[in-house]
Design a protein around this ligand. Structure first.
Ligand SMILES: *Cc1c(COP(=O)(O)O)cnc(C)c1O
Length: 426
């Protein structure tokens, strides 16, 4: 028996150390934040129709720079990307009872933003290679009540926008892009998130660039941009003086991002390309190292796309391997590789399974605004369900600041486990 003994069976662990945590914040951010604090004006927003309705100097500068970087007419900052998603659904004019098609393979907020306006999330299945919405499943889920598609560019790669935009155009639908995980990813020469009617990015502390909490909305549409700004900042108190006549969804919030966060964001944006390139280089090294391990599919990057690797996703061919994902996952974990074996099947959350959202009576599904019985049962998204139940493995590339040596250790651990697959088959 020449193979080294797996850590799972008492052998020595491949990775003995803890990798350094990813931390994009440097001295530039410290200095930028300090200057705002010393100015004494930590936010300059006013929730009335006034010059300061648009926020203070750092908010406006960060928004200008985001618009320039992403190549869009308007960037609107918000205090989280969850807030951004809520603002986006309201801004495109969704009415109560409208259906919005959404992916189940995403963070819960992608779908709850729809519910926020008493609209109905309808889950379509995903593409098994990219984990993004499958345009064919979207088409199959369109009803007379469908008004929009909520796309997520999950793990760092754009969804199939050409196909989704063609479907949207054919049926008169709007598209919102949740590009929280893919800032800087390209789709046919444009930044992911910018092809939709409205899209945007998260600045949450575990994303590529961050301000602690925060989000950036991007759009080329003047009217949508104005409605985003209104929903962000007490719309109902502003529309009268501003002369806004379309009152639909002009229920405002306080979704405003502060001056400190925007000052930090300005510095973070300057570093985005570098952070993206380093994640790509490490992911490519990992892919080269894992190449040839049978039954393991490394990330598929589609022609015309770049991947920014928020997560490095893998898929196991369980039949070819003859070993369950649970066993492989346990063996890799024992070697010190922090792979996860689940992502999300949000249609299976208790909220949708029991259809209990606002109050306890089943609103909005039990109300007249919901015009049909929407199915959330297990089985509606077989691809997403199978990946989550038995074949997916993922490694969080924005969790650690990996070195090339760290990547090589991860590869060694995979090779060690693959050399002893027979022993796991018990
Ligand atoms: C992080 C994330 C969100 C939420 O962003 P926050 O800024 O944390 O509110 C939404 N969707 C996806 C896909 C995300 O990864």
């Amino acid at each position: 028996m020449s193979n080294p003994k797996l850590a799972l069976f008492g052998g020595s662990k491949t990775i003995q150390t803890t990798f350094k945590r990813y931390n994009p914040i440097g001295v530039e951010e410290v200095e930028a934040a300090k200057q705002v604090i010393e100015s004494g004006v930590l936010s300059q927003f006013l929730g009335v129709w006034h010059e300061d309705f648009y926020g203070g100097p750092k908010v406006r500068e960060f928004e200008r720079q985001c618009a320039e970087y992403f190549g869009v007419k308007h960037a609107v900052t918000v205090n989280s990307w969850t807030s951004g998603l809520v603002a986006a659904v309201g801004a495109i004019g969704i009415e109560p009872g409208d259906e919005v098609i959404v992916t189940p393979w995403t963070m819960s907020a992608t779908a709850t933003a729809i519910l926020h306006w008493n609209a109905i999330p309808v889950f379509a299945d995903i593409d098994p290679e990219t984990f993004n919405l499958d345009p064919k499943s979207v088409e199959a889920n369109i009803t007379p009540y469908t008004k929009a598609i909520m796309v997520a560019d999950i793990f760092g790669q754009s969804a199939d926008m050409d196909a989704l935009m063609a479907t949207a155009a054919k049926h008169g639908l709007k598209i919102i892009s949740d590009t929280a995980q893919a800032p800087g990813a390209l789709y046919k020469g444009k930044y992911a998130g910018t092809l939709a009617d409205v899209g945007g990015y998260s600045l949450n502390y575990h994303k590529h660039i961050h301000t602690g909490e925060g989000g950036i909305l991007v759009t080329d549409n003047d009217e949508i941009a104005e409605r985003l700004q209104l929903i962000r900042n007490h719309a109902e108190a502003v529309v009268g003086d501003k002369g806004v006549t379309n009152l639909s969804n002009m229920i405002g919030h306080n979704f405003r991002l502060g001056e400190i966060e925007c000052a930090i964001g300005i510095e973070q944006l300057k570093k985005l390309d570098r952070f993206v390139q380093s994640r790509q280089a490490l992911a490519n090294r990992l892919t080269e190292g894992l190449h040839g391990l049978r039954g393991l599919r490394t990330p598929v990057v589609k022609p015309g796309c770049t991947h920014v690797y928020y997560v490095y996703p893998m898929v196991l061919d369980i039949e070819a391997l003859g070993v369950s994902r649970e066993r492989i996952h346990a063996a890799l974990q024992a070697e010190g590789v922090a792979v996860s074996k689940h992502y999300q099947n949000i249609h299976l959350l208790p909220l949708y399974q029991r259809k209990i959202a606002y109050g306890s009576m089943g609103f909005p599904w039990t109300s007249d605004i919901c015009r049909r019985d929407v199915d959330y049962s297990k089985g509606i998204c077989p691809v997403a369900e199978q990946l989550n139940d038995s074949t997916y493995l993922g490694f969080g590339m924005c969790v650690y600041d990996l070195t090339e040596d760290d990547v090589d250790l991860i590869v060694t651990a995979f090779q060690k486990v693959w050399n002893s697959l027979d022993l796991l088959n018990t």
